[in-house]
Design a binder for this molecule. Structure first.
Ligand SMILES: Nc1nc2c(c(=O)[nH]1)N[C@H]1C(S)=C(S)[C@@H](COP(=O)(O)OP(=O)(O)OC[C@H]3O[C@@H](n4cnc5c(=O)[nH]c(N)nc54)[C@H](O)[C@@H]3O)O[C@H]1N2
Ligand SMILES: Nc1nc2c(c(=O)[nH]1)N[C@H]1C(S)=C(S)[C@@H](COP(=O)(O)OP(=O)(O)OC[C@H]3O[C@@H](n4cnc5c(=O)[nH]c(N)nc54)[C@H](O)[C@@H]3O)O[C@H]1N2
Ligand SMILES: [Mo]
Length: 766
């Protein structure tokens, strides 16, 4: 721990300078990052470290009465215990549930982002551990891309492939003349890439695109989504209505004299079915700009003009991931791909479609695509699973059936929940409902770094280290770096690595050798690095050996950068480079999906009314569409207590962005405490007035640590309000962006925010 070295985080790479013994090291951003961001630089501030879990802790009622007495979960004080006690209790409870109810009663989905680092990835360690003791009920897909991840492989490509193969910014800069972004390209989101954003490229990419003369359009409810100064066009559109506009653009393209079927005939299937729908042969409604205007409020002439422009220029059509995190979220993605196919530029430099320029840093990278170092997880003998966003449904409705991706499955009966590296009290919708569901299992075990809402809702809390407190390897897809993440400081309190925690649980359950394979962390790092190095060598790139890499600290792959065009091979030769869809082509109509006869996801893109939206009668009671978008100053709930995150709050509460005219009508001034409410819950927030948000829309970012007092969240967590209903029976994806709320000024003295208080501890009374 002597000289300066590196550490990777999802939001960037740090240069770490150790300090004197007993003092925190100092963190700065990677010097070669052209657009570093401040997230996490202040994570060692005492106001943050005071919230670390220092010792294992057990909920009072669970300690006194054992499993199954759940009333006090999330309410009772904790009792700190020593590691041996905690591990004995945990291992014997796992053994009890396994023996009495079987491994199908253990939920180990443990969805969440955990921390960067290829070995100590907490979720992976948990899965590996449970695989060695007979398996666990897993979760599939993500909250990020619930609907998209299930739909896209049927019609064009799987999302991992897609994310890693987007056309690079250097190509866009040279060729794109018109960039149309549904949801814009919000730079705040490009701060992050899973496993370690290296050098932040989107700001520069957008700027150079603009300087090269491209016209950039942001279509969405939020106006300031296009980077520096937001110089660009903004077409406001109410949330969840994009599909109607995209269909109308397709109608315009279809009726343009320049429309050419060439690409559709050679590279797609099913266009005629879609065409029949567009012109009204299916439901008697032609999807004209005038039709779309009624739904979207976007003037028909503006849609007509834009539709024509799509054919006049080299056009990139892009959608934010948020569009599919909604009721019928499959439709905007499918419609966008269909429209891009009709425009005919897929596979041409700078043309076609993008799914999430602006969702993460990785999109648009020109770094090489290499296989990552991986920690093997073994195999899971348990077949039962859930789509991750069906968590409460599973806990509340064991034995009930659900549809997913063409199949019918059954919710298992869960007795034990174990989470490491995720926070359901951050990520899940309708937290009031989740609390009821969460009270069902006999026992909840959580490995956590901080006393955050998920730790507070556990029975047994096992304190985990942070990446600064352990050795690891940083590597993220197309981020161009291998990072030797050398331990920068000793663990705080008695925190232990998740690997060590699971190794000790494995010891108590008799599978320690299988779990560790006799290797310590350094042994594992060398093994997974060397395996990755061999695979990379097969792609013609030589990496140094592990010792050399560890000494150097960083491998920079930029000398291997190359411009990239998504689907270029497929365009050139659709037979030799066929897609992994049933037909090998882009499926504008999918026989497979149509065959499942799902009323909420038919065989081609359609407009379906969202469960809640501004066009719904519920809007009379709850007249605001709530967007719960990604937070600028943190990653989800991670690092919410940092000074940087807190500096974005209004008197300690999360800001809710409101249109000025709406606020005036409600008598709300900038900085006021307001209450957001609907039939599901209530929360407080601080009003931030803006012209860059449509009337009728409210924007409250996720991530404020849930701080309930009765049915009121005092801090501003939008998941107190969101709807816990699946996007469709195809995907069962998260539909958080489909949510209506009412808003009023909070009168009187607002209750203080308690989210960052330390939990109440009791001493163990023998
Ligand atoms: N309303 C609404 N809800 C949403 C979204 C939305 O747009 N709107 N977005 C959704 C999306 S896209 C996502 S991806 C999810 C994100 O949801 P999560 O990924 O669950 O959120 P995080 O706050 O990142 O949770 C990660 C947790 O892991 C802990 N952790 C970090 N490193 C370690 C470690 O090494 N060991 C252990 N044991 N723990 C560790 C952190 O302290 C943190 O509590 O939220 C979803 N929820
Ligand atoms: N700083 C930071 N960056 C992050 C994250 C974070 O927590 N912090 N989380 C990361 C994760 S896990 C993910 S999955 C990605 C998510 O990436 P996204 O899902 O794309 O992110 P959001 O911020 O939810 O939405 C992006 C924008 O879409 C717009 N939008 C929302 N609904 C609609 C709609 O119906 N129509 C239109 N046209 N626009 C709409 C909103 O203006 C919003 O600003 O972000 C990643 N980036
Ligand atoms: Mo996500």
């Amino acid at each position: 721990m002597s000289e300066s070295h590196f550490s990777a985080a999802h939001w960037g790479v740090y240069e770490v300078t150790p300090s004197h013994v007993g003092e925190a090291p100092s963190l700065t951003s990677l010097s070669s990052d052209p657009d570093p961001n401040p997230i996490g630089l202040d994570q060692l501030d005492p106001s943050v470290t005071r919230l670390r879990v220092r010792r294992p802790a057990v909920r009072r009622g669970w300690l006194d009465h054992g499993p199954g007495r759940n009333e006090g979960r999330g309410e009772e004080p904790f009792v700190e215990v020593d590691w041996d006690t905690a591990l004995d209790l945990t291992a014997s409870e796992i053994a009890r549930v396994r023996d009495q109810h079987g491994n199908e009663a253990i939920f180990g989905g443990s969805y969440g982002w955990a921390s960067a680092g290829r070995f100590h990835h907490a979720v992976g360690q948990l899965h590996r551990f449970y695989n060695h003791i007979g398996g666990y009920v897993r979760s599939v897909d993500s909250y990020s891309l619930g609907a998209g991840r299930v739909l896209m492989p049927h019609i064009v490509a799987n999302m991992d492939e897609s994310n890693a193969s987007h056309t690079s910014w250097d190509v866009l800069e040279k060729h794109t003349e018109l960039f149309v972004g549904f949801g814009g390209v919000p730079l705040k989101n490009t701060r992050v890439s899973s496993s370690g954003a290296g050098r932040h490229r989107a700001r520069g990419g957008l700027r150079r695109l603009r300087e090269a003369g491209a016209r950039i359009i942001n279509i969405g409810p939020v106006g300031d989504n296009l980077g520096d100064g937001d110089a660009g066009e903004w077409i406001p559109i109410p949330p969840n209505t994009d599909t109607a506009m995209i269909l109308a653009l397709a109608w315009v393209v279809l009726h343009d004299p320049r429309f050419d079927r060439g690409f559709l005939d050679s590279h797609t299937v099913g266009f005629d079915r879609f065409r029949a729908y567009l012109v009204g042969k299916v439901d008697g409604v032609a999807k004209t700009p005038a039709w779309a205007e009624q739904i979207t409020t976007v003037p028909a002439e503006r849609i007509a003009a834009l539709g024509s422009d799509l054919l006049s220029y080299r056009t990139m059509l892009n959608a934010a991931w948020a569009l599919q995190r909604a009721a019928h979220g499959e439709q905007p993605f499918w419609a966008l791909v269909a429209l891009a196919a009709m425009v005919g530029q897929i596979g041409l430099p700078g043309g076609g479609y993008g799914i999430g320029y602006g969702a993460m840093n990785v999109m648009g990278s020109s770094h090489p695509r290499l296989p990552s170092p991986v920690m093997p997880q073994g195999t899971n003998p348990v077949r039962a699973f859930i789509p991750c966003a069906r968590l409460s449904d599973m806990l509340l409705h064991p034995g009930e059936e659900f549809r997913y991706n063409g199949g019918v499955h059954t919710y298992p009966d869960i007795r034990l929940v174990h989470w490491a590296g995720g926070n359901p009290f951050h990520h899940h919708q309708d937290l009031g409902r989740l609390r009821k569901a969460w009270a069902k299992p006999d026992t909840v075990i959580v490995n956590e770094q901080y006393w955050n809402p998920v730790a507070r809702h556990a029975d047994i809390v096992l304190p985990a280290t942070t990446s600064l407190e352990r050795d690891d390897i940083g590597f993220a897809t197309r981020e161009g770096l291998y990072i030797a993440m050398r331990q920068a400081m000793p663990p705080i309190g008695e925190a232990r690595d998740d690997f060590a925690i699971f190794a000790d649980l494995a010891q108590r359950l008799g599978v320690n050798e299988d779990f560790t394979e006799g290797l310590d962390p350094r042994g594992w790092l060398a093994r997974i690095y060397e395996e990755s190095r061999r695979k990379v060598a097969a792609q013609g790139i030589d990496l140094p050996d592990f010792e050399r890499f560890w000494d150097d600290g960083l491998i920079d792959l930029s000398p291997h950068d190359a411009p990239h065009v998504m689907h270029a091979d497929f365009r050139r030769d659709p037979i030799a480079h066929q897609l992994a869809t049933p037909s090998g082509k882009i499926e504008i109509f999918s026989e497979r999906i149509a065959g499942w006869q799902l009323p909420d996801c038919p065989g081609h893109p359609v407009w379906l009314e969202p469960y809640e939206w501004l066009g719904h009668e519920l809007a009379d009671r709850y007249p605001f569409h709530l967007l719960s978008d990604q937070p600028e100053r943190r990653l989800h709930g991670q690092l919410d207590p940092t000074p940087y995150s807190r500096a974005g709050k209004i008197a300690g509460r999360e800001p809710v962005h409101l249109n000025r005219t709406d606020a005036a009508k409600l008598g709300i001034a900038d900085g006021d405490v307001v209450e957001l409410f609907n039939d599901r819950g209530r929360c407080l927030a601080g009003a931030r007035l803006s012209d860059a948000i449509m009337p009728g829309v409210a924007r409250l970012a996720t991530g404020a640590w849930f701080d309930p007092e009765g049915d009121l969240d005092r801090h501003g967590n939008p998941n107190t309000l969101t709807l816990d209903r699946a996007a469709s029976s195809l995907s069962q994806g998260c539909a958080a962006q489909t949510c209506l709320v009412g808003i009023r000024r909070f009168e009187g003295e607002p209750p203080p925010v308690g989210a960052f208080d330390r939990p109440h501890f009791q001493l163990k009374v023998e």
